[in-house]
Design a protein around this ligand. Sequence first.
Ligand code: AMP
Ligand code: MG
Length: 487
Amino acid sequence: MPFDNSFAELPPAFYTRLMPTPLPAPYFVAASSKAASLVGLDPALLSQPDFVEVFSGNHVPPRSQPLSAVYSGHQFGHWAGQLGDGRAILLGQLNGPHGPMELQLKGAGMTPYSRMGDGRAVLRSSIREFLCSEAMAALGVPTTRALMLTGSNQQVIRETIESAAVVTRMAPSFVRFGSFEHWHYRGKQEELRILADYVIRDFYPELQSAENPYLELLTEVTRRTARMIAHWQAVGFMHGVMNTDNMSILGITLDYGPFGFMEAFDVDHICNHTDQGGRYSYANQVPVGHWNCYALANALLPLIQDKEAAEAALDGYIEAYGDKFDELVHAKLGLSTSQEGDRALFDAMFKLMHENHVDFTLFFRRLGELRLDVMDHDRNEADAPLRDLFLDRPGFDAWAVEYRARLRQEGSSDASRREAMHRVNPKYVLRNYLAQTAIEKAQNGDYTEVSKLLAILERPYDEQPENEAYAALPPDWASHLEVSCSS
Ligand code: AMP
Ligand code: MG
């Protein structure tokens, strides 16, 4: 593997060079062929022992210069000081058809930034990260990718004893908002500038010629973050731990922990059991994204040197979020034009979904089946699959009258709208119970469900009649599932 190591060319203060800690008898769990193709690796080879050795950290390829990066961050709104890659080790980057991608082993052993941690990740959380990274990519949400998942019978102590695993993550860069905060809070302007120049040179080269490239960096990262969060809201994804050390400088979803996909819609839903105050609830993701951009702006201010301009850049968040979310919701409703009154139609829909705890994914998928060409007296029957999701049927009927009127007004046709809506409203998302089923099988030595689920989630918009069961509402046992930060 012809690794390059551009992050390692930064001064040593930015990282610690170290070797991964080997795991006993690592085994192959799963690989993503789509991710493999991004870095020119043959997916069929990934299950071979040589690759399992590399991607469990037991063998470091000759051209790799492994390192763990330092960063800091705000956790749950409070300054947390120095954090850093406590269990992630960067191998370097591989060139692919879309440019270089860094490969990082998560769970590869202790680093100088491990603090109280053991440097490991458990199979349970690693399966979740592996599957969700690839599921999000297939949904069209900006995200880090997951190439490979290996396991070992080495015991790892969490609430119970679990087994170790390593996820190989890929992204053009793993630099976080917290990477900048780190230098700002230490008063190290030179390092701050070096990091900003590196990020601009390698990932935002078009900004190099700007009058104030640091201001443009803030402007662009703010916009990308806003758009990423608009995607999250539109697909019902909740990150769970939007600390500034988990916010990517590229505006991609980073660090999958106690995430969740919205099922029974509740705008205040909290997916992370540890987040008792609901700081990172579904509704709060939007303002928290903005708050995080403020934290980044604060760190970049010594370089930007223009407070008013930085504030104006941050104001761009609201517009970028609004525009993107509006665009996505129009598509979700199969509307090809934007009209006055659309906002009221959307608000009424979300309010009704919230009050009726309607399953987020099923609602939008079934909405695509709604027909205009039905006679009045057949309408309730025709609408039944969608209508039956609501306890408040008259409420739904009233909204559907408005929606149909809006569709007619733009001359919408049932067949083409259905097709367009099914391309943006997924049928298959990573519901907690689906992940849990794959996890429990894997914990008993059967890894087939991980790959099966991956294959389904790679085609979230396709009907896949043979996999109909994977689109079903969660079973009763799943209502007791709790997802915490423990990973
Ligand atoms: P997270 O909430 O997973 O984003 O992690 C926050 C910080 O804790 C990061 O610096 C992680 O590297 C670190 N961390 C989390 N779990 C472990 C672990 N088991 N061993 C070492 N460091 C960890
Ligand atoms: Mg993290």
